[in-house]
Design a protein around this ligand. Structure first.
Ligand code: ADP
Length: 635
């Protein structure tokens, strides 16, 4: 028969892949056919506006019909339809140039190409063959006198014949495959609930009504306890996505309700952000910050990402390329007409477009957070307490690529205001001659506030930032400075905050007590790099400090990393307060019996370690020595 034609080679390849179920989410066939129907309605609309001969549809609609008897699903639209030529061009070939390389990539298994990507970007009409043994397309274009019927089993050939279809539009009849034992149950697609569910999942926001005859159980008249089945036509999709509405047409309440429903939360989000971006880039986005961080936010299993839609058609549940790692806690969606559902274009192009959207989105979210910080401080604090660590991680990540973007969003607890402060606020408060932004790192604010190293800074009324997250010091090392002020850990190196006289006095004392200090040094020579008289201690007797390289907290964090190198250690410098009673006690011990000093040295060092939150190598030895000393002093 002359009306039997062969598919073009590329189409054959794609069909082959479809039929041999390369792709597991077969259910997307419905999304693809509905999208085509919606496009066809768009086209008809557009032409009817320009061409007087075309009458506008009374109602644009997409119809789904299920027949259990025939095992068919039919998708009907009153869109543009196809002429015979279009049928051959559109359903017999993949015209676009990109498809070939796409197919090559697909075929090249070693390339490790992710087959699931098809599901994300659409496979079009041929996906019908994933679930069908035969597909019939009845179609009529308003520009052709007759309709045509296209038929294929998806193998080598298809046929086209005339048909008496009178109205413009397309009817696609899928003859479902036989069920596969223990595998795909194709007849599940004949269930109303299944179709309803698929339309909700993938096509809820298609802007034309998707209708289907549904069966309902209603109480019989006058008999409330007996039911009968009735059928009625139902529109399955909600059509207008709330993110497409303009900002003034949508209330916060609506946004919050949508969030709770869509993302299964029982609380409102801390923040709901609605974006309509138009211009060089086009997209709508709804972004939410959940009140509680997901319990697995920091586990490897957690999947970040936003839902991706294109023109209201759902593409992907978690598009991870839309958000950087440090914003992994965001929930929401992006809908952009710039993303085509057609694989016939190169995937790379999607990636580029997606990257542009992601970039733009990141900046907008940053601005939104900044606005929250400036105008809704309480709310920002609530946000920061849950997610601040992520922002600090953002500063640290990629060698500080994002540090300038994020540095003004950081908050740290301040010794002066007893509240969280920005770096800018710190700078504004500091004395003109102050050289550094001071910080101290440890496990809790309470612990840091009592730290011996704080004594001098408190006396001099110098503000100190308390770092209690593991990431803090690492982030600050990457940041290096803020408004040309460098950061300085008050437990590292010399602070040089004392007056000349104070310095002189310490030097003098060190000279006078050289013997004692050397004796302490000797006793601890395997443990500390130095024993010094302290300029920073006011009340306490001892403390441990490190040099300017790596701090104790960094050492601890690094030691916890997988595959940690235990050689990375902060230097240990033992500082003793020369004005403390204890120092006098040491002097007298030293004068009476120099050999006793080594016990005192051990005890002092152990105490200094404990203050810094380190574990003792030998806590039993420490306890024994303490007891010995207590017994001695009671005598
Ligand atoms: P895509 O829709 O991504 O271009 P498809 O393989 O799904 O690729 O469809 C190929 C072409 O067939 C479409 O571009 C369109 O021109 C035509 N087509 C498919 N379905 C319909 C339909 N329901 N009505 C009119 N034309 C259709």
């Amino acid at each position: 028969m002359s009306n039997v034609r062969e598919f073009k080679t590329e189409s054959k390849q794609l069909l082959n892949l479809m039929i041999n179920s390369i792709y597991t989410h077969k259910e997307i066939f419905l999304r693809e056919l509905i999208s085509n129907a919606s496009d066809a309605l768009d086209k008809y609309h557009f032409l009817a506006l320009q061409d007087d001969k075309l009458k506008a549809n009374e109602e644009d609609e997409i119809f789904i019909e299920l027949s259990k008897d025939n095992k068919t699903i039919t998708i009907i639209d009153n869109g543009i339809g196809m002429t015979e030529k279009e049928l051959i061009e559109n359903l017999g070939t993949i015209a676009q140039s990109g498809s070939k390389s796409f197919l090559e990539k697909l075929a090249d298994k070693e390339n490790n190409f992710d087959l699931d990507i098809i599901g994300q970007f659409g496979v079009g009409f041929y996906s019908a063959f994933m679930v069908s043994q035969k597909v019939i397309v009845k179609t009529k274009s308003p520009y052709s006198d007759t309709g045509y019927i296209w038929e294929s089993t998806g193998e080598e050939t298809y046929s086209i014949e005339k048909t008496d279809k009178l109205t413009h539009g397309t009817e696609i009849i899928l003859y479902l495959r036989e069920n596969e034992a223990d595998d795909e149950q194709y007849d599940s697609y004949l269930e109303e609930y299944k179709i309803k569910q698929l339309v909700k999942k993938y096509s809820d926001y298609v802007r034309y009504p998707i209708k289907m005859e549904v069966t309902k159980q209603v109480p019989k008249k006058d008999k409330t306890d007996e039911y009968e089945s009735v059928t009625e036509i139902e529109t399955l999709n909600s059509m207008v996505p709330i993110w497409k509405k303009s900002k003034q047409d949508i209330t916060l309440e609506e946004l919050n309700k949508f969030y709770q429903y869509q993302y299964h939360d029982y609380e409102d989000p801390i923040k709901a952000i609605h974006m309509n971006v138009e211009g060089a880039l086009n997209y709508n986005a709804l972004i939410f910050i959940p009140k509680q961080a997901p319990y697995d936010l920091y586990s490897d299993k957690y999947e970040k990402g936003l839902q991706l839609y294109s023109k209201g058609v759902f593409i992907q549940e978690k598009c991870k390329d839309l958000v950087p790692d440090y914003l992994r806690f965001l929930k929401g969606l992006v809908d952009s007409p710039d993303l085509s559902l057609n694989i016939s274009r190169e995937i790379l192009q999607h990636d580029r477009q997606l990257a542009k959207i992601a970039n733009n989105l990141e900046k907008k979210i940053k601005n939104e957070l900044e606005r929250m910080l400036n105008n809704e401080r309480e709310k920002y604090l609530e946000f920061y307490k849950v997610y601040g660590v992520n922002l600090k991680y953002g500063v640290y990540d990629s060698f500080g690529a994002k540090k300038d973007l994020l540095k003004d969003l950081l908050l740290f607890y301040s010794s002066k205001t007893n509240d969280y402060t920005t770096l800018k606020e710190y700078i504004e408060r500091m004395a003109e001659d102050q050289e550094f932004i001071y910080y101290v790192a440890g496990q809790s604010i309470e612990q840091l506030d009592k730290l011996p190293q704080m004594e001098l800074l408190k006396e001099k009324e110098i503000e100190v930032l308390y770092f209690i997250d593991d990431i803090d010091e690492f982030a600050i090392k990457v940041l290096m400075e803020y408004e040309s002020k460098k950061f300085k850990n008050i437990s590292q190196g010399d602070l040089n905050l004392e007056t000349k006289e104070e310095q002189k006095a310490i030097k003098q004392k060190e000279k006078t007590h050289k013997g004692l200090i050397n004796s302490l040094k000797d006793s601890l020579k395997d443990k500390v790099s130095e024993v010094k008289l302290s300029a920073r201690l006011k009340e306490s007797a001892v403390c441990l400090v490190s040099d300017d390289d790596i701090s104790f907290e960094m050492e601890k964090v690094l030691a916890m990393m997988p595959g940690a190198n235990s050689n990375v250690k902060a230097k240990r410098i033992l500082e003793i307060n020369p004005n403390h009673q204890l120092f006098k006690a040491l002097e007298s011990v030293y004068e009476k019996d120099e050999t006793e000093i080594k016990h005192y040295a051990e005890l002092l060092y152990s105490q200094a370690l404990l203050i810094e939150g380190f574990k003792l190598d030998d806590p039993i030895e420490f306890s024994n020595k303490m007891c010995e000393l207590m017994v001695k002093s009671a005598k």
